[in-house]
Design a protein around this ligand. Structure first.
Ligand code: SF4
Length: 382
């Protein structure tokens, strides 16, 4: 059975001003305790998962996995490999933030079997990096990519952000050009959203957060989604662009109904059609694992209606779109019997198009994804 594994590392050197991900600044002792608990969880739950055969993908994300000392990160990767063997062609990604790695760390990760790095660049403008609370400069991003190559990595992804306070379309252009010069295999683009409880939310409430005008943010989005394919990065998901053969197989599994097992605080799992989430509080997670308690709780079982909606939302994020055959195989009824009017309406609005046996969002549909996704919400049970 094809499946993926996710490991969550909930530590960062410093919290960014926009971030509401489950992560915090950690002490060395907390990181060591967390690593011990995570390895214990992998050893406890891993064999049951390994019984399904070798894993196809692993993703170590956060937080900032490289906020951990390499000795701890190595222990986690070695435990993972010992308990859960991966196929020889498995994709093993580690999220890396500039300013937390050097050539030695990246060489160690490569030696440990990591095949792909996802680098949190966000922008190549130092004033914007400082404004959003990143710990690094543009030069640190360049150094990270240079060291990654020297360490032997050929698959390197860069994250870029748009809609940042004080950002102009010219800033976005310069960042894209600098990113392209670094020859990544994959680029993800994210628009800033102001999340509750973050420093940016407090600034917004105080009236001091100066975001670009809506039409400028839209121009940044239009520019990014137009220019990246011209540079040879095909858009394979709403926010993701890749050179041929370099789509993130792990992330694709989230959108295409492939099971995955998550380990660590706040990690999600999707296994046997059930969704589970681990205890999010780091201390409570460590406590639970240390006392031999399984730190996951099952999320409210999804109704058939919710499963249909979610299946559609996720598949529609991808350029391949929503397969009629897969929908029918999963739910025992045709897509058109459930969504006939929705499909017709979205096609008429230019948000959806037919492609072989599937329907997919048009460029316009991807831009106004929320409108399209809302239309897939169903009334009543199925
Ligand atoms: S490095 Fe990433 S996870 Fe950590 S605070 Fe910044 S955005 Fe959040």
């Amino acid at each position: 059975m094809r499946y993926g594994v996710y490991l969550h590392i909930p530590f960062c050197r410093k919290k960014c001003a926009y971030c509401d991900f489950p992560s915090q600044v950690g002490t060395k002792a907390a990181m060591a305790d967390y690593t011990a608990a995570l390895c214990r969880e992998i050893r406890a739950r891993g064999p049951e998962i390994a019984a399904y055969g070798p894993g196809a993908t692993a993703y170590i994300g956060g937080g900032t996995p490289t906020a951990l000392p390499i000795s701890l990160l190595s222990r986690i990767l070695l435990t993972l490999k010992a308990v859960l063997p991966f196929s020889p062609e498995a994709e093993v990604t580690v999220e890396v933030n500039p300013g937390t790695v050097d050539l030695e760390t990246l060489t160690a990760l490569h030696t440990l079997g990591v095949t792909r790095l996802s680098v949190g660049a966000q922008s190549f403008e130092d004033r914007l990096l400082a404004r959003i609370g990143r710990i690094h400069t543009a030069q640190a991003i360049r150094d990270t990519v240079r060291w990654a190559r020297a360490a032997g990595f050929t698959d390197v992804s860069l994250d870029l952000m748009y809609g940042l306070p004080g950002q102009t379309i010219e800033d976005v252009r310069r960042s894209v050009e600098t990113a392209i010069d670094l020859a990544p295999t994959h680029i993800s683009v994210y628009g800033l959203t102001v999340e509750e409880g973050t420093p940016f939310a407090a600034e917004e409430a105080a009236g001091t957060l100066r975001l670009p005008a809506e039409e400028d943010t839209e121009a940044m989005y239009d520019y990014l989604t137009r220019i990246l394919p011209r540079y040879g990065f095909a858009r394979y998901e709403i926010a993701n662009f890749a050179r041929p053969g370099f789509m993130s197989r792990h992330n694709l599994s989230y959108w295409t109904d492939v099971p995955y097992a998550g380990f660590g605080a706040a990690a999600h799992s999707y296994w046997d059609g059930r969704r589970m989430v681990n205890e999010p509080d780091i201390a409570a997670y460590i406590d639970a694992v240390q006392s031999g308690r399984f730190p996951a709780r099952e999320e409210e079982p999804a109704t058939r209606k919710n499963q249909m909606e979610e299946f559609c939302f996720l598949a529609l994020r991808t350029a391949r779109g929503l397969s009629r055959a897969k929908f029918a195989a999963k739910f025992g009824c045709s897509l058109d019997s459930v969504y006939h009017a929705t499909l017709q309406d979205l096609r008429a609005k230019g948000l959806l198009e037919e492609a072989a046996d599937s329907v997919r969002l048009t460029e316009r549909g991807m831009k106004f994804g929320n409108v399209a996704f809302r239309a897939f919400l169903l009334d009543g049970e199925r």
